[in-house]
Write a protein that binds this ligand. Structure first.
Ligand code: SAH
Length: 343
C-alpha cells in the first residue's frame, strides 16, 4: 500500500502531473494490483520508485471448514505480522495487527510474550486487508469489516492506526464505511479520549476481561495505570461525546473470570443501552488458562442477561489455527528474525 501523498510526490519527481495520483491510487485500492506493470497508465519509471507491497506472505493456515484463515506476513525488515480472515454467510471480516508484538503483556495473551518489537506503518496495516481482499475477489466476495484486534495495542500506535482507518475509509480508494471499521483497545484512557474526538464514525471496543480491580490487575497489567473507575469514566465520556455504543470484549477464562462475583460486578458496570458485552472463548496458548466449553459460555450469557447485561457470545473459529492474538507470530518470531526478505 502507498499513500496518495507518496504517489503524488513520486509523480512530481518524475515530471508527471501530480493529479495522476488518482489513477495509481485507484489501481492499488480498487484494482488491487501488486505490480505497476499492471497499471497501463503509469510509466515504468514509477515501478522503480514505489513498491506497492510492504508485506510478503510467509504462511497461511485455514481452519477446518474454511471459516477462518490466518496469514503470517513478513515486513521488509523481516518482522512477523499476522492477520486473520473470518468469513460468515454475508460478512467477511479481517482482523489486523497494529504492532509487531505488544508492550502490554496481558496474562493470557501470546502477543505480549514477543515483547514490543516495533510499530507498524499505516501502509503495513492496510496491506493486511488488501491481501485478503485479493483472495476474496477470486470467489467474488469483498471485505465487509475490519477489526483492529490482532497483535499490538492500537492506541500505543495511535497516529498510524488512525491513518490506516482513514485509508481504508477513503471514498477515493478502498471505500470501506467507517461503521464497518472497529478499533479495540486494552483501555488506554488518553487514546479513548482522543478517539472520541475524531470526526469519523469508527467503532470502539474495549477489552475488559474482569469487572473487579483485584482480578483485572492480574489479567491486564495496564489496569494498575487506568483502573476500572477511570476506564468507565472514559467510556462514559466516549458515549456522551459520540452518541455511539461501546463494545466490551470479555475473553472467558474458565474458572477465572466467569465467577458469580464477576457477574455481579459486570451487572453494576456494563449497563445497556450504550454498553454491550461480547463473550469470547479463550484460545489456549500454552499457559495455565483454560478454554470454556460452549455450554459454559451459554450458561454465562444467560446469567449475565438475567442480571440485565446485554451480551453476545462471539464465535471464535480460530482455535485450530492458532488464530489467537500473537500465536502464529510467536511461533515464527525467532526464525524470522535476521532473515531478509530477499533470502
Ligand atoms: N490490544 C488490543 C487489541 C489486540 S487484542 C486489545 O487488547 O483490545 C484483541 C482481542 O483479542 C483482545 O480482546 C484480547 O484480549 C483478545 N485475545 C488475546 N489473546 C487471546 C486468546 N488467546 N484467546 C482469545 N482472545 C484473545
Amino acid at each position: 500500500m502507498i499513500s496518495r501523498e507518496t504517489i503524488a510526490a513520486a509523480l512530481t519527481d518524475l515530471g508527471e502531473p501530480a493529479y495522476r495520483w488518482r489513477q495509481v491510487y485507484e489501481a492499488l485500492t480498487r484494482g488491487l494490483v501488486t505490480d505497476f506493470s499492471e497499471v497501463t497508465t503509469v510509466r515504468a519509471a514509477l515501478a522503480e520508485r514505489l513498491r506497492p507491497l510492504s508485506l510478503e506472505v510467509v504462511e497461511t493456515r485455514a481452519a477446518p471448514g474454511g471459516a477462518a484463515r490466518k496469514t503470517l506476513f513478513r515486513t521488509a525488515d523481516g518482522e512477523p505480522v499476522e492477520a486473520v480472515l473470518m468469513t460468515y454467510t454475508t460478512r467477511a471480516t479481517v482482523c489486523v495487527s497494529t504492532q509487531v508484538g505488544c508492550a502490554v503483556r496481558c496474562a493470557f495473551c501470546a502477543s505480549g510474550r514477543l515483547g514490543l518489537r516495533r510499530d507498524l506503518t499505516a501502509e503495513e496495516i492496510v496491506d493486511q486487508v488488501l491481501h485478503f481482499a485479493r483472495e476474496l475477489r477470486q470467489s467474488g466476495r469483498r471485505v465487509t469489516n475490519v477489526v483492529f484486534m490482532g497483535m499490538g495495542e492500537p492506541f500505543y500506535n495511535y497516529g498510524e492506526t488512525l491513518r490506516a482507518c482513514r485509508m481504508l475509509n477513503d471514498g477515493d480508494g478502498f471505500g470501506l464505511a467507517a461503521r464497518s471499521i472497529s478499533v479495540s483497545t486494552v483501555g488506554v484512557v488518553p487514546g479513548m479520549d482522543r478517539f472520541s474526538g475524531e470526526p469519523e464514525q469508527f467503532n470502539l471496543a474495549v477489552s475488559l476481561h474482569a469487572a473487579t480491580d483485584a482480578l483485572r490487575d492480574k489479567l491486564v497489567p495496564l489496569n494498575r495505570t487506568y483502573p476500572l473507575d477511570e476506564l468507565f469514566a472514559a467510556s462514559a465520556r466516549y458515549v456522551r461525546r459520540t452518541h455511539r455504543k461501546l463494545m466490551f470484549e470479555y475473553v472467558v477464562l474458565r474458572g477465572v473470570n466467569d465467577t458469580d462475583e464477576q457477574v455481579q460486578m459486570l451487572a453494576a458496570r456494563v449497563r445497556p443501552p450504550h454498553y454491550h458485552l461480547n463473550l469470547i472463548a479463550y484460545n489456549e496458548t500454552g499457559g495455565d488458562f483454560r478454554r470454556p466449553r460452549a455450554t459454559d459460555l451459554d450458561a454465562l450469557r444467560a446469567r449475565l442477561e438475567s442480571v440485565g447485561v446485554s451480551c453476545t457470545v462471539r464465535s471464535s473459529p480460530g482455535g485450530e489455527i492458532e488464530a489467537a492474538c500473537g500465536q502464529l507470530a510467536l511461533e515464527h518470531g525467532s526464525s524470522l528474525r535476521g532473515v531478509s526478505p530477499a533470502e
